[in-house]
Structures are given as C-alpha cells and as structure tokens.
Design a protein. Structure first.
Length: 180
C-alpha cells in the first residue's frame, strides 16, 4: 500500500486519481445537461478546491459559462463573539445569475452553509452546490448538495488539492490518515 509521511502523520493511498477523475466526468456530464442555456457562474472556493475546479471546468462544454475564485477570510468582528467567515474576492455581479459553488469537501457542512447564506444575500437566480467529496457521517448542518462526487468515511484525508497544514495538495491521488 502506497504511503506518504506529512509532518508527523502517515497517510495511505485511499482514492486513486482514476476514480476521482471518473466521478468528476460524471458530474460534468450532468452539469452540461442541467446548466445548458443558464449562463452559469462557477465559484471555486480556494484553496482546497482548485484542482477539482480545474478538472471539472475543462469538461464543461458550455461556452457561455464563467468561473471565479473566492476565499473565506476569518476575522474577529467588533460586535461578534466568535470568528465570522467572510467571502472575499468576488467581483462578479451575482444578482439574477445561476451560481454553482465548487467545494473540495463537505464535512460538518458549516462552511458551505455559510457560503450559501452569503451568496443568497446577493440575490442570485439560483445557487447549487457541487462537492467532490462528502463525509455523510460528519454532517451537522442540513445542506442541500446538488452534485456529490464521492462519499467517504469520517477520516482525515489529503491530496488532490487538500492539505495537512499546507502540505499534500500536490498529491494526485487522495490519501487517508493512518491512525497509529
Ligand atoms: P465543514 O465546514 O463542512 O466542516 O468543512 C469544510 C472544510 O474543512 C473543507 O472545505 C476543508 O477545507 C476542510 N476539511 C474537512 N475535512 C477535511 C479533510 O478530511 N481533509 C482536509 N485536508 N480538509 C478537510
Ligand atoms: Mg474547502
């Protein structure tokens, strides 16, 4: 079994690239039908989703489609108790658009729920969510996911854009942590 060591942890091969690619191809096929004539705006949530977004977007054969990139910035607001995550980097007009959020992984669902709330305030025509990976057992928020690549167990993973403390994003396959 192929293994990699990142910082203090060992990871073993979990999802080979071919399987990731096949799930993205299926997703793109479905989107090409669903989004035809909708002039969709894809929004890639950085950093983790960059590889998934690239793989997906080159398979979208709708010429009238756009992609943009956002990040979530955490800040301690003056009037907030905890950390509020604000969407930054969005320059496109969202009002009246069909928006498709591209996420690497949905775990508790808190991040995607927060992103959806912020986008809805900008009055899009519709927002759908595509996630490459979903941990169904970790979900605590009720989120509606329109496209799910692969469901995985509740283990920590790296690779294909996902990191462990900055490292591991360049791995073409997905690895899961070995509990030692
Ligand atoms: P949620 O808000 O759904 O709990 O978490 C979503 C975010 O947590 C993801 O976008 C991702 O950045 C991070 N995350 C969740 N699970 C994993 C994992 O197994 N590995 C890595 N590298 N990041 C994860
Ligand atoms: Mg993410």
């Amino acid at each position: 079994m192929k293994k990699v060591k990142i910082h203090d942890k060992t990871f073993q091969l979990f999802i080979p690239y071919e399987k990731i690619r096949a799930s993205i191809e299926l997703m793109a096929e479905k989107m090409n039908k669903d989004l035809a004539d909708k002039n969709p705006l894809f929004i890639c949530v950085l950093n983790g989703s960059f590889m998934f977004a690239a793989e997906l977007f080159k398979r979208i054969d709708l010429i009238n489609s756009e992609i943009s990139f956002v990040k979530l910035a955490s800040y301690a607001g003056e009037h907030t108790t905890g950390n509020v995550k604000q969407l930054i980097g969005l320059n496109e007009k969202i009002e009246g658009r069909t928006v498709v959020v591209l996420e690497d992984i949905v775990d508790s669902g808190i991040t995607i729920d927060n992103i959806q709330d912020q986008l809805k305030k900008l009055k899009p025509k519709e927002v759908s969510v595509a996630t490459l990976l979903l941990k169904p057992d970790a979900l605590i928020k009720e989120v509606e996911l329109d496209y799910v690549g692969l469901e995985i167990p509740n283990d920590f993973i790296v690779g294909y854009g996902l990191d462990y403390d900055g490292y591991g994003r360049n791995l073409i396959d997905i690895y899961s942590v070995v509990n030692e």
